[in-house]
Design a binder for this molecule. Structure first.
Ligand SMILES: Nc1ncnc2c1ncn2[C@@H]1O[C@H](COP(=O)(O)OP(=O)(O)OP(=O)(O)O)[C@@H](O)[C@H]1O
Ligand SMILES: [Mg+2]
Length: 268
């Protein structure tokens, strides 16, 4: 299988306005199967607006969303979910007073023919999902209260919930912003596990060094427009990417002629 090539979801020429503010001015972004895409940009660049559009939360004023080659209209949260796009929002928390298993199955409980909750099945499935993302902490089990988990582990629960919803694409909006380095490493391990399962991750992060480690490709937006994009192999290293972002912040554009030729991923 050659991964990283077919777009699984594509945003084309997306324009999104909030009153007189144009948050997105014609952004086209393809998300490819099996990749970790790092979405970068300054505060207010439009990252959250772009991924809320990808999630169907915002209907674009112009432009379209293409899933597996077909234009999907209307593009709503239900349509996005149906297309396998699950988003873990910056501002949507888990229910800390509830257990891991309750959080994972919230709104999608496993019930039997007469509507009774299948507690054992849910616990087994929660165990399976947690194992799948490498949630190895021995002190916790699916019945632990989310409020007792560390920040990175909570992100893990949110990721497990997305997987339970049969996501092909998991979008994480700044999942590590409030976390310590150890906790951040946990989240990256979850992301690696999700990628290893053949799924796609879109990752928004502030710390470029962090995003550098986890992403295969970078997409940089600036004031509502695409500034540049490139596979990790098109950059000489994290410093090269940082240098281009500094240039962008200072001059309004980055010199893309410094990008190296991208090396295609070899077949697995
Ligand atoms: N609901 C809204 N109503 C009005 N303006 C908005 C709304 N959401 C975003 N904006 C504006 O759109 C622009 C892009 O915001 P967005 O939140 O997408 O940026 P961001 O790249 O996610 O920033 P950050 O890094 O701070 O999270 C900003 O100018 C912001 O003020
Ligand atoms: Mg944001």
């Amino acid at each position: 299988m050659v991964s990283g090539q077919d777009p699984i979801v594509e945003l084309r020429n997306i324009v999104k306005r909030f009153g007189s503010v144009e948050a997105l001015s014609g952004v086209s972004m393809a998300v490819r199967k099996g990749e970790v895409l790092g979405l970068l940009g300054d505060n207010g660049a439009g990252k959250s607006t772009l991924i809320k559009t990808l999630a169907g939360v915002y209907a674009p004023d112009q432009g379209e969303v293409i899933v597996k080659g077909e234009v999907r209209r209307p593009w709503t949260p239900a349509a996005a979910r149906d297309a396998g796009v699950e988003t873990v929002f910056q501002d949507r928390a888990l229910a800390p007073q509830h257990s891991i298993v309750t959080n994972i199955f919230m709104g999608r409980e496993i019930t039997n023919a007469v509507g009774l909750l299948q507690v054992k099945k849910q616990i087994d499935e929660a165990n399976r999902l947690m194992r799948e993302i490498g949630f190895t902490s021995k002190v916790f089990n699916p019945e632990s209260t989310v409020g007792t988990l560390s920040g990175g582990e909570r992100q893990g629960v949110a990721i497990a919930r997305a997987l339970n919803n049969e996501a092909d694409v998991i979008v994480l909006d700044e999942p590590t912003t409030a976390l310590s380095l150890t906790e951040t490493q946990k989240v990256f391990r979850f992301v690696e596990a999700v990628k290893a399962s053949g799924r796609t991750v879109v990752f928004i992060g502030h710390n470029i060094y962090h995003v550098w480690d986890v992403a295969d490709r970078f997409f940089v937006i600036d004031r509502g427009k695409e500034a540049f994009e490139g596979a990790k192999s098109a950059f000489a290293g994290a410093e090269h990417l940082i240098e281009m972002m500094h240039q962008l912040a200072e001059t309004g554009r980055a010199d893309t002629t410094t990008l190296l030729e991208e090396t295609l991923e070899p077949p697995e």
